[in-house]
Design a binder for this molecule. Structure first.
Ligand code: EUG
Length: 467
């Protein structure tokens, strides 16, 4: 559907490409199996559409939605996106693919490759992921090896849920908060992927523009954030943890006391429930997202600057205070250098966290676009030098990020290129996606590794024949 806004949308890398819009007419929900708690969808099925169909059939099932519900269930899963119920690892909860290969052949993965009786779909296609032999699904995620036209997805049986937030008073609490989360997540006391946000986002999620808080140019000073946060429901705090617990009332209550006990190690930590907060507070939209109800509230922070566009920087960081602090320090320093507000959202699991930075910039300003691109490049390079890499990136930074995964004389990229050349010898599918270039493009100057993004702001595009 091209709704991976922040990562490039529908844009192809090579000018003159034909864009195949799978979102418009391939939008059928092919099956919802209430007993197996699964569905089979085409690429054009949005989170909203799937949610509405389940409600229409009155089934006791949840979908899992990312922060913004307008995107494709299939597209987000094969891009390895994230949601916030216990089924939030979308690729891990998909089950079976149908793929159009570059030579026009149709492939079914998993149990779907065993024909069902009398020509029907195999009855276990949406029940068991790998089937027999090499597990091929992974190479069709974040790749340009085929067009996925059907995907099975597991649905979660509905259950009780309780969202909450915990505030922490001091910026310096950051590594201690991460240390407190790790055991809770590893022991699965935390049943989903909670988010840790900086208090600046309490301002941004009011949907008011930055100019309502700060009128001079440049990043909003910490002291100004402090003054305005004091007037908001959470008060003058620093970090805000957004969590949700699942199950029956008794287990939720015992989980919450374990969580409160763990965070009590950080002086001043304070837990609040949705009932403690006014109806317009952002926590109420987390209640929806974390119980599988798609919303668009997250887009509110795009009011932050005029003509807002955004770009995500998304490194994977171990869930450890010192690693979290190392990445945070780089990100803070480079945001100051390039004059952007830092809007971090950490999606924290037991062993790693997705440290998501949302760079919000004015797309009418060539200067801001230049600075945003330079900030991205420097964050990618500096964090990679310390051993941290991105889980996903904007199409313009795909080559750079792909090159950071260079172990063994670029063994992984050489492997990907071998697969690309075998499956797509003519190089017709999405050249350059995720940094994988077909043979006929390779080594001809298509890769964006330096200042090409800034240099292309004259609007002429990026490519060897265009410069
Ligand atoms: C977010 C989370 C992501 C991502 C982009 C944005 C959240 C924004 C966990 O992955 O890739 C609030």
């Amino acid at each position: 559907m091209g709704r991976n806004i922040g990562y490039g949308g529908t844009a192809p890398r090579v000018p003159g490409s034909v864009v195949i819009d799978l979102g418009r007419r391939m939008n059928r929900i092919l099956n919802i199996d209430a007993e197996n708690a699964s569905c089979l969808v085409e690429p054009g099925v949005s989170y909203f559409a799937l949610y509405e169909e389940i409600q229409r059939q009155k089934l006791p099932l949840w979908i899992d939605t990312p922060d913004v519900g307008g995107g494709s269930v299939l597209g987000n899963a094969i891009d390895r996106g994230v949601g916030y119920t216990p089924y939030g690892d979308h690729f891990a909860n998909h089950c079976g693919l149908e793929i159009v290969l570059p030579n026009g052949e149709l492939l079914r993965t998993g149990m779907g490759s065993l024909p069902g009786k009398d020509g029907v779909d195999n009855p276990t296609w949406q029940s068991f992921q790998p089937a027999y032999g090499p597990y091929s699904d992974g190479i069709f995620s974040q790749s340009n090896f085929g067009i996925v036209v059907r995907m099975g997805m597991w649905l979660m049986p509905e259950t009780g849920h309780q969202s909450y937030l915990i505030t922490f008073p001091r910026d310096e609490d950051f590594p201690a908060i991460i240390e407190a989360i790790r055991p809770l997540a590893q022991q699965r006391v935390l049943g989903n992927i909670p988010q840790l946000r900086h208090v600046i986002q309490e301002l941004a999620t009011t949907a008011q523009p930055k100019s309502a808080f700060h009128s001079s140019p440049g990043p909003i000073p910490r002291e100004t954030i402090r003054q305005h946060a004091s007037c908001l429901p959470v008060g003058d705090v620093s970090w805000v943890f957004y969590g949700t617990q699942y199950g029956d009332a008794a287990s939720i209550s015992s989980q919450l006391s374990l969580i409160e006990g763990a965070f009590a190690a950080i002086p001043g930590a304070k837990l609040r429930l949705p009932s403690d907060l006014p109806p317009e507070h952002y926590l109420h939209s987390r209640v929806s997202v974390c119980s599988g109800v798609p919303v668009l509230r997250e887009l509110d922070w795009l009011n932050w600057v005029p003509n807002a566009a955004h770009l995500f920087f998304s490194p994977i960081v171990p869930t450890r205070g010192r690693d979290a602090q190392a990445v945070h320090d780089i990100v803070v320093r480079l945001h100051a250098k390039y004059g952007f507000d830092l809007l971090p959202t950490l999606c924290v699991a037991g062993r790693e966290m997705h440290y998501i930075v949302n760079i919000v910039y004015d797309r009418a300003s060539v200067d801001e676009k230049r600075r945003a691109a330079a900030l991205m490049r420097e964050m990618i390079a500096e964090t990679a030098a310390e051993g941290y890499g991105e889980y996903r990136t904007h199409i313009l930074f795909a080559d750079m990020v792909a090159r950071t995964y260079s172990w063994g004389d670029n063994a992984l990229m050489r492997f990907n290129e071998t697969i690309k050349d075998a499956l797509d010898p003519n190089g017709i599918l999405a050249p350059g996606r995720n940094g994988i270039w077909p043979k006929r493009f390779r080594g001809k100057g298509w890769e964006i590794l330096g200042t090409e993004v800034e240099d292309a702001l004259d609007g002429k595009g990026i490519g060897p024949s265009l410069s």
